[in-house]
Design a protein around this ligand. Structure first.
Ligand SMILES: [Zn+2]
Ligand SMILES: [Zn+2]
Length: 210
């Protein structure tokens, strides 16, 4: 992994501008979107800004000093393709002209006025995806993967992480995944040949006891 590839861990859109590109943490380079972070050892360069967010630095410090309890994912699968762009990452939604993107139309006859009829031009889909357009697909942020909150559950741990974050790390060389309870909530930590990081987890919903 290099600095360019680290960009995958950055936020795409965020008012916290420091999440939009990698930043320096000492001699390392780090990227985060607020839900996951990844550090590359000894890759810091002058053209990146030094991190100054105290919360994130504290979290990074905790993860780095933590002891990892190794875990394996039970149902790891390759992410499915995004339906909007069919995996290319490029698509622009073009609103239906008849219903102006509402999916339904109103109609009037000499006798009655009808409201909310399904638009026959788009079949209620409100428009079509133009996959020849150059724009980044808004459904998957240009990743081409199915946008999802689907979760990878981790063995013997009532912890899950979003599949799309797991997809970012699953092929890293020398990957080890572990669990760690941090001061700000649960995180799954990972270490690989050139660095380390963490992904915030989702807790398994508990059965309600009557
Ligand atoms: Zn897409
Ligand atoms: Zn329509």
């Amino acid at each position: 992994m290099n600095a360019d590839e680290l960009q995958k861990f950055c936020a795409k859109q965020d008012i916290r501008e420091w999440l939009l590109r990698p930043f320096r943490v000492g001699s390392d380079l780090c990227a985060s979107n607020g839900h996951a972070f990844c550090l590359l050892r000894d890759q810091a360069r002058e053209d990146y800004e030094e991190a100054d967010n105290r919360h994130l630095l504290a979290l990074i410090g905790k993860v780095r000093s933590s002891r990892m309890a190794p875990i394996t994912a039970t149902e790891i699968s390759a992410p499915e393709h995004c339906k909007a762009c069919k995996g290319s990452g490029k698509a622009v939604f073009e609103k239906c002209r008849e219903c102006e993107g509402e999916g339904e139309v109103d109609a009037e006859t000499d006798y009655n006025t009808y409201f909310g009829l399904e638009c026959k031009s788009c079949g209620g889909d409100c428009g079509t995806w133009n996959r020849n357009a150059e724009g980044e697909c808004p459904e998957c942020d240009g990743s081409g993967n199915k946008p999802e909150t689907e979760v990878v559950w981790l063995n013997d741990h009532e912890l899950g992480i979003q599949k799309r974050y797991f997809a970012l790390i699953k092929d890293l060389p020398g990957l080890n995944v572990g669990s760690e309870v941090t001061g700000t909530g649960h995180a799954v930590t990972f270490r690989f040949d050139h660095g380390e990081g963490a992904i915030m987890t989702i807790n398994k919903p508990r059965a309600v006891v009557a």
